[in-house]
Design a protein around this ligand. Structure first.
Ligand SMILES: [Zn+2]
Length: 238
C-alpha cells in the first residue's frame, strides 16, 4: 500500500465500514472486554505541522484519536509558540493529547521515572490540563519496562497489548493482510500511525524525509530572516 493522504482515508473508511468505534487512549479499560473498538494513536516524532493536518482530516471525518507529543527532544520544542498553537488546535478538534517519551532523553537522570514525572507535571501546569496517556519512542531500541510511570494508558502495557491487537506503520511497514484479517474478526485494535508517512507526498522513506528536512531548514531560515544581510548565508541553505 502506498502511504498517502487518500490511502489513509481509505484505511479509516475500511474501519468505519466494519463498524469500528474510535476511542481515546485513556478510555481503553472501559472497552477492553468488548469488540470492534479501536485506539487510533499518533506519535509525533519530527514535526507538529503534519500532525495538525492529520488531526483536521480526522475531524472532518468525525474520527477521534490520541496525539503523543515528544518531550525533551531536539526535533521540536514542546513549549515554543508554534508547538503551543498546533497542540491547542489538535486538542480543540476533540483529540486527546498524550506525551511521547524517548527514554534516551532521560537517560542522564539518576532517577529516570522521577525526571519523567516532573517533566509531565511541568507540562500540565504550563498547558493547564492533565496528561492521562503516554507512549514510548522506539520501544525496540530501549528497554522501557523499568520505567515506572503511572498513566491511565501506557502504550505497551501488557494488559493493553493483550486486549487490543497492536498494529503500526513504523519504518513504513504495515502488516496489511493481518490487519484486514483482524478487521474481519472484529477484535479490538491499537493502531499506531505516524502522520509524517501519510501526509508528506512522496513514495518512499528517503523522499519523505528529504521533504521534512527541507521544511525544517526553511522554518529555521524564517527565524533568522532579519539577519540575512549580516550573515549572507541564505543561498547556502537552498
Ligand atoms: Zn516515536
Amino acid at each position: 500500500m502506498k502511504f498517502s493522504k487518500p490511502n489513509y482515508l481509505k484505511l479509516l473508511n475500511s474501519l468505519k465500514k466494519k463498524k469500528y468505534k474510535f476511542i481515546l487512549a485513556y478510555n481503553w479499560k472501559k472497552y477492553s472486554k468488548e469488540k470492534n473498538y479501536i485506539i487510533l494513536r499518533h506519535d509525533i516524532d519530527f514535526d507538529t505541522s503534519y500532525a495538525l493536518e492529520m488531526a483536521k482530516l480526522e475531524n472532518k471525518n468525525k474520527i477521534k484519536s490520541t496525539y503523543f507529543f515528544l518531550m525533551r527532544d531536539d526535533y521540536y520544542d514542546l513549549f515554543s509558540n508554534k508547538t503551543y498553537r498546533d497542540l491547542k488546535h489538535i486538542k480543540k478538534l476533540g483529540h486527546e493529547i498524550g506525551i511521547h517519551i524517548n527514554p534516551k532523553s532521560f537517560k542522564k537522570f539518576k532517577n529516570m521515572s522521577n525526571a519523567i514525572d516532573l517533566s509531565i507535571k511541568y507540562f500540565e501546569r504550563f498547558y493547564g490540563f492533565k496528561i492521562r496517556s503516554i507512549s514510548y519512542h522506539q520501544p525496540s531500541v530501549y528497554n522501557f519496562t523499568n520505567i515506572e510511570f503511572k498513566a491511565l494508558f501506557s502504550s505497551y502495557e501488557k494488559k493493553i497489548m493483550n486486549t487490543y491487537k497492536y498494529f503500526s506503520d513504523s519504518t513504513m511497514k504495515f502488516r496489511e493482510k493481518e490487519f484486514s484479517e483482524c478487521l474481519a474478526s472484529e477484535k479490538n485494535i491499537q493502531l499506531l500511525i505516524h502522520p509524517l508517512w501519510w501526509i508528506v507526498n512522496d513514495s518512499n522513506i528517503k523522499g519523505k524525509l528529504k521533504i521534512l528536512f527541507k521544511k525544517k531548514k526553511l522554518d529555521l531560515l524564517k527565524t533568522f530572516k532579519k539577519y540575512d544581510k549580516i550573515i549572507k548565508i541564505k543561498n547556502n541553505y537552498k
